[in-house]
Structures are given as C-alpha cells and as structure tokens.
Design a protein around this ligand. Structure first.
Ligand code: 13P
Length: 251
C-alpha cells in the first residue's frame, strides 16, 4: 500500500556535466521500474539540466532545500516555485546538515513545509538524533520535538503527500548504519506518533524512509522491515551501479 521510495541526495557533489552523465546512466538502467519511486536530488545549478535528461524516465527530481517565500528581495535564496519551474516534484527539508551547519530550527522548517505544500510539491522532512542524544536517552524526545515542530499546524489532509526521512546523525556518512532492528524500532515509534498527532489513516499511509550509510550490502535487510518504506541515500547515490542496486532492493 505504501509505494517504496529510493531517493538519492547528492549533497554538494557533481558538476552540471557530471550530473548529466550520472542521471543519464540512471535513466537508462531504471527505465522499466514502476513499483517503486525513484528520486534524485542534485545541486541547484544542475536541476534544470537533470530534469531534461530524466524527463521520459520514471525518475523524479528533488531539490535539497528551499526558502519559505515565493519571490522578492531574498538574495541568494530559492523558493519552491522556482524549484518547480526547474522541474522538481519533491523538496528535501530539514536535513541534519542544515540543522547543524546553518542552525535551522523546527519553526523555520515548518514554514518551508507549508510553502512546499502550497506550491503543490511534495516535502521530504528529515529528522534524526545525534549520537550524544541517543546515548543520553534523549532520542525519542528529540524526534518527537522535531516531528511536532516540523509538522505543526498541518491537517491530516495536508499530510497526504508528506514523506518523513529518519536519518540518525551518527549514521550519516560514517559507514555506521543503524541496525535494521534499531531503525525499525524508531520507524514504528514515528508511526505511532503520527497516529497520535493525526489519525490512523495518516499513520498507515505516510512513507517513512531510513537514511544513514545505506549501501548495496544492507539495503535488502533494511527494506524488509515492516515500517521502513524506503531509503534516503547520500554517498551510495553518487555511483550509478550502487544506486541502481539500491533501487532494485529485494525484500
Ligand atoms: P550517507 O548515505 O552518505 O550516509 O548520507 C545519508 C544522508 O544524509 C542522505 O540525506
């Protein structure tokens, strides 16, 4: 019932030429896939080029961030409208790198989420605890605050296109994956929270992705967990062969 999503977050990697090449390889290898959603998120400068390369493939385009205004005097920022114009269907918001490096707050992330929905695009809301928070038994509180803050004032109806990505900060780019059981426990907790905050329909329909060192050798086990509906992938999404294998996960 929940269509799986494999999403590649390219972060600050790949020039326009490199993005064109990687997306062309993916479009060629993944053209028959229709039982799972495939998303790639290149840097802003490569979005329009990649949109053109993947336009007749099942691959969808995401931006890695946005600014919660439509247009105007916001030097250096890019709004959901302009990302839609560049060909995006999804926008990643609240990635832990932005929370940590740019001090993004749950309130700011919530404003972005509303604007993404208003534009008719689909948000991928990232949440996740640091190692210290996990070790101090604060993980569930932190995740609850991020979910409540990020999804504040949303109706159950507005939740229909929201995707959540659980990315434990200690597992990002470190080669340390949460074990399938650890990830499943948290995903099940998040689903319970959605039930509490919204209703059982939202809880059963919302896709919750796992992110943090997802690789070809662990994707099948992660994807076989009941509450894991997909993966948000950094490092392994930069290599065509690896990303194709991730999309072809077996569960
Ligand atoms: P890695 O897959 O490189 O750990 O990155 C995960 C991530 O941050 C995706 O958004």
């Amino acid at each position: 019932m929940r269509k799986p999503i494999i999403a590649g977050n390219w972060k600050l990697n790949k020039t326009i030429a490199e993005s064109r090449e990687l997306s062309a390889q993916l479009a060629k290898s993944l053209k028959e896939i229709d039982d799972r959603e495939i998303i790639i998120a290149p840097v802003y400068t490569a979005l329009a080029t990649v949109a053109d390369v993947i336009k007749s493939s099942p691959i969808q385009l995401a931006a890695q961030n946005c600014y919660p205004e439509k247009d105007g005097a916001f030097t250096g920022e890019v709004s959901p409208e302009f990302l839609q114009d560049a060909g995006c269907q999804y926008i990643i918001i609240g990635h832990s790198e932005r929370r940590q490096l740019l001090n993004e707050t749950d309130h700011f992330i919530n404003q972005k989420l509303f604007r993404v929905l208003e534009t008719g695009l689909k948000p991928i809301l990232c949440i996740g605890e640091t190692l210290q928070e996990r070790e101090n038994n604060r993980m569930l509180d932190v995740l609850t605050t991020q979910i409540k803050g990020g999804l504040a004032n949303l109706t159950a109806k507005q939740m229909a296109t929201v995707v959540i990505a659980y990315e434990p900060v200690w597992a990002i780019g470190t080669g340390k994956t949460a074990s399938a059981e650890q990830a499943e426990d948290v995903h099940s907790f998040i689903r319970g929270l959605l039930q509490e905050l919204f209703d059982s329909k939202v809880a059963t329909q919302t896709r919750i992705l796992y992110g943090g060192s997802v690789k070809p050798n662990n994707v099948d086990e992660l994807m076989s967990q009941k509450n894991i509906d997909g993966a948000l992938v950094g490092g392994a999404s930069l290599n065509a062969e690896d990303f194709v294998r991730l999309v072809q996960f077996e569960n």
